[in-house]
Design a protein around this ligand. Structure first.
Ligand SMILES: [Zn+2]
Ligand SMILES: [Zn+2]
Length: 343
């Protein structure tokens, strides 16, 4: 895969950088001047060009995920240029463009890591949660977990691929070979998954917040067969559904919409409680499962596939200093496609 280098862009590394910092969950992010981190062994220092926003960032900032690093620089959909490498880091050249995803590091030793399930590692470090992420001008990352970014994608459009795309891709794989696929919650991830699913010849049904005509028209424009309100029944039964919205009520709704043997995949890291539901919704071998994190193999497969589709991302950009405002827009669902911060 072609990657973009920006030769001649080698730059003097500043001593300090602007970053949006979370000091305590539930408090607004603060624009701060921080020392530029030193890349440790195996790490690269990355000049951030764009960083996507994800629902997970909201869960971290709101305190819905336990024990974040504090103070923390959130952000785990980073696209940037390598500006320096730490000791024994040689995978990327200075000037090369990389993406930094949610999976920041794994232990490599636990039973999950040893059985190709590093997404379930017992001692993982997640970008923008357990280690500082991309709501900053610069960041460091373990080079083994970075991805080269295909030249087809401008920085802004590449950013949402790093989580919405990757987790979306893994969720789609977990949905099996479903011909008729429902997507609940039509934001950054769903608008990418829809394109992958259409590319594979599937029929897609998009479920949005009631009356969200903007999201519904985006879905239909990208090839959805039907788009409607999330509590409405689809025009025909589904073979699988992926729930991206963090709304527990959607799980029984999706189960009611899938055919015998259907699969409901929960793609988010956090969800409100799932209300109790009658066993008949699960009966006939219907399955409910979640998707956790990503493996590097997911990333390799997805980044090989995306330019072939080609996946196009619909993005709205906002300046880094407005990260707080951007998170509120995401919370309110006032975003078409994906939101991306520019330092
Ligand atoms: Zn994410
Ligand atoms: Zn592990």
């Amino acid at each position: 895969m072609a990657t973009t280098a920006r030769p001649g862009r080698t730059e003097a590394i500043p001593r300090t950088m602007r970053a949006m910092v979370l000091h305590e969950p539930g408090r607004p992010l603060e624009l701060s001047e921080l020392p530029v981190p030193e890349p440790a062994a195996g790490e690269v220092l990355v000049r951030v060009r764009a960083c996507g926003l994800c629902r997970t960032d909201l869960h971290v900032v709101d305190g819905e995920l336990a024990d974040p690093k504090l103070p923390l620089v959130p952000g785990h959909q980073v696209v940037g240029d390598v500006v320096a490498a730490g000791p024994r880091a040689g995978r990327f050249a200075v000037g090369e463009r990389v993406g930094v995803p949610w999976l920041g590091r794994t232990c490599g030793e636990c039973r999950f890591c040893r059985s190709d399930r590093e997404n379930l590692c017992d001692r993982p470090r997640f970008t923008g949660y357990g280690i500082d992420g991309g709501f900053a001008e610069l960041t460091v990352a373990d080079e083994r977990f970075c991805f080269p970014i295909s030249a087809e994608y401008p920085d802004l459009n590449a950013a949402p691929l790093l989580c919405a795309g990757l987790i979306g891709y893994r969720s789609l794989r977990m949905a099996g070979d479903a011909e008729r696929l429902g997507l609940y919650g039509f934001g950054a991830a769903a608008h990418i998954v829809l394109q992958l699913a259409r590319h594979e010849g599937r029929h897609v049904f998009a479920f949005t917040r009631a009356g969200d005509e903007d999201a519904q028209s985006l879905a239909v424009g990208l090839g959805a067969e039907w788009a409607g309100d999330s509590q409405a029944p689809p025009p025909e039964p589904l073979d699988a559904a992926i729930v991206f919205a963090p709304v527990g009520e959607l799980v029984p709704a999706a189960l009611a919409a899938v055919e015998k043997g259907g699969i409901v995949v929960c793609g988010g890291i956090h969800m409100s409680d799932i209300p109790s539901f009658p066993y008949r919704l699960l009966w006939e071998e219907r399955v409910v499962r979640s998707v956790a994190n990503l493996t590097r193999r997911d990333g390799e497969e997805f980044f090989a596939l995306a330019p072939q589709v080609p996946v196009r991302t619909e993005v709205t950009s906002m300046p880094l200093a407005q990260a707080g405002e951007a998170l509120e827009r995401l919370r309110a669902g006032e975003v078409r496609g994906a939101l991306v911060l520019i330092p």
